[in-house]
Ligand binder design. Structure first.
Ligand code: GLC
Length: 604
């Protein structure tokens, strides 16, 4: 037990700990058919239409990626007005109705809070850019040029690269007032200056606006980047071939980050009963993280940790998103079990997730998305996620095992995300057509682009997968596999005669099971077994009172594997397998798991 937390609150029940949160990526979720907005963009009414569907799956909270007014340079993460809804998605009254509809189903709505930066179209920035004397000048981070180069071009204040386009400077030049402003993600996303107390008050105001409307909390976008090292030093040169360098060490969990978060808690969050989850990239140190998510931290309930999401990255060049390596099962086990144990020891709380809108599809990354193994892999991941401790987040399409779109899709037209487009453009500049370098870039896109999570939700085998009406054109191409991989087919799957559940049916059952035995699965202890086994991922989840104890065993390979149950573990019955509805095998000291099969045993 960590000495900092003699009295643990880890197992203290809270609604937000037990909740199943479902992330909706609104542009790609569902287009309403009974409104006039049948333009191939999902909308709020379309989400409302699916509330009963989500309820049926076992969802408690719907988290919406941003639907606020935005020029959509970064798909709504560039907000031009925090208090209005982008007309593409609907209106404020649609959101009010969504909140009411969710409430009628005993569900809640969580919003995305993007307050590290605004769009350059936000009236605050327009005002700030008007002149150096603007009352809002100091709401953003303005700096003079370091100098001018031989051609008379202004040189940025430091060498930081943009996060979503590392060939570009994180500083954008403003011709009219002859100064740079800081834009860490894209040139259209301007860093708010949290050093200015007026900005902080404005952020509180936005939060209260949404909480009063009835939302239950926030996912906070790159919230740990809000405090920057005010000396704005040059970043060390990690990639000598690049003009700009990753600067995250100077703006991640910066000098005043915890002060800002305490302020937000004291002034806003403490006055409501909320769920809060921070998106906190670049930080992996438990002592630092616990300052945010510790049960007595008075900052956030939990934060997304990206260690497992970055398992394929080669970590030599700073932010190494565009790299790929093979990894071993023991590495994944180490990361996941490490966080399970650490959070309990340190009295924090985990946010469990395998997918989100910024990552390729989990079945393609962690298992095998071939036709032969996709369903097995998806169910294996469902068993994993529903048996890990923490608050569970499910991303749209994960419940049917949606996979990455094919390699053959044209990188010049089918990838819409600004990060992918920047990467592909840079790759084309660096590597001529036909070279190995360009082929590698294309492979990286197919494996890692955020676009794979953003293709339209596959509802049925109807045109456009039922995402929109037949004569509309979806904003992103629907994955080619929608005729077989879709909600309708999987919900109607004849499991009785097949003796097996579809991916959707398995998720539904697994969520129910998690809720029924939440003392073990949500709040319980975690013990890993056979840690060095590269084929089998096995662990025990046990409730604090020891009454509920469950054994999870997963075969992470494409062939059958025999596994010996440790002699001190007494399985009283095998409850389920991901591959058959009938309970598996009689109790023996060893079990054989088929390719990508997972089983659950009761040890009470
Ligand atoms: C977060 C969002 C991502 C966005 C970025 C900038 O990482 O999840 O989609 O591009 O912040 O807002």
């Amino acid at each position: 037990m960590c000495t900092m937390c003699p009295k643990s609150h880890y197992s203290t029940p809270k609604w937000w700990k037990e909740a199943v949160v479902y992330q909706v990526y609104p542009a790609s979720f569902n287009c309403s058919t009974h409104t006039s907005k049948t333009n191939g963009w999902g909308d709020v009414t379309g989400i409302m239409d699916k509330v009963p569907y989500l309820k049926g799956l076992g969802v408690d909270i719907v988290w919406l990626s941003p639907i606020y007014t935005s020029p959509q340079i970064d798909m709504g993460y560039d907000i031009a007005d925090y208090k209005s809804i982008d007309p593409r998605y609907g209106s404020l009254s649609d959101v009010d109705l969504l909140i009411r509809t969710l409430r009628d189903h005993d569900m809640k709505l969580m919003m995305d809070l993007v307050v590290n930066h605004t769009s350059d179209q936000h009236s605050w920035f327009v005002e700030s850019a008007r002149s150096k004397d603007s009352p809002k000048r100091d709401w953003y981070i303005w700096r003079p040029a370091k100098g001018f180069d031989d051609d008379g071009n202004p040189v940025p204040p430091n060498n930081w690269a943009q996060i979503l386009g590392d060939a570009l400077s994180a500083w954008t030049w403003h011709e009219e007032t002859q100064e740079f402003y800081l834009t860490l993600h894209t040139s259209a996303q301007v860093e708010l200056n949290w050093e200015n107390p007026e900005v902080i008050v404005a952020v509180y105001d936005v939060m209260k606006f949404w909480l009063r409307r009835g939302v239950c909390g926030f996912r906070m976008d790159v919230i740990n980047l809000i405090s920057k090292d005010q000396s704005f030093p040059d970043a060390p040169i990690i990639d000598p071939s690049s003009k700009y360098q990753p600067g995250e060490q100077f703006y991640t969990n910066g000098p005043r980050f915890h002060e800002f978060m305490h302020g937000m808690y004291d002034n806003v969050l403490s006055k409501y009963d909320t769920i809060t989850v921070g998106e906190t990239p670049y930080v992996t140190d438990i002592e630092e993280i616990i300052k945010t998510v510790g049960s007595t931290a008075k900052e956030l309930n939990m934060a997304f940790n990206f260690d497992h999401m970055e398992i394929e990255d080669i970590k030599t060049k700073g932010d190494s998103k565009w790299s790929l390596r093979d990894w071993k099962l023991t590495e994944l086990k180490g990361i996941l079990s490490g966080w399970q144990k650490r959070m309990k020891q340190w009295d924090g709380w985990n946010a469990i997730f395998l997918e989100c809108h910024d990552q390729a599809r989990s079945v393609s990354r962690y298992t095998n998305d071939s036709d032969e193994f996709r369903e097995r892999g998806a169910k294996l991941l469902a068993l994993l996620e529903t048996t890990l401790g923490g608050t569970m987040f499910l991303y749209q399409g994960q419940e049917i095992g949606m996979r990455n779109f094919p390699f053959e899709w044209d990188p010049d037209t089918e990838y819409k995300d600004v990060e992918s487009v920047n990467f592909w453009n840079k790759s084309k500049e660096l590597h001529p057509v036909g070279t190995e370098g360009l082929a590698k870039a294309r492979t990286l896109l197919q494996k890692k682009a955020r676009d794979h999570a953003r293709t339209p939700m596959q509802w049925s085998a109807a045109p456009h997968a039922g995402f929109t009406v037949p004569d509309a054109t979806p904003w992103m191409r629907v994955n080619d596999d929608y005729k077989t991989v879709n909600v309708e087919t999987q919900m109607c799957f004849p499991w009785q005669s097949k003796g097996e559940l579809s991916v959707w049916q398995y998720w539904q059952q697994a969520i129910q099971h998690r809720k029924l035995y939440k003392d073990a699965f949500v709040y319980g202890g975690f013990e890993d077994l056979d840690y060095h086994n590269e084929k089998i991922f096995a662990y025990l989840r046990t409730s604090a009172d020891g009454k509920d104890s469950w054994l999870v065993v997963m075969n992470w390979t494409t062939s059958a594997v025999e596994w010996t149950v440790p002699s001190d573990i007494h399985v009283t019955r095998w409850v389920s397998s991901t591959l058959q509805t009938a309970p598996p095998v009689a109790i023996k000291s060893s079990i054989t798991l088929r390719a990508f099969e997972g089983v659950l045993g009761c040890c009470n």
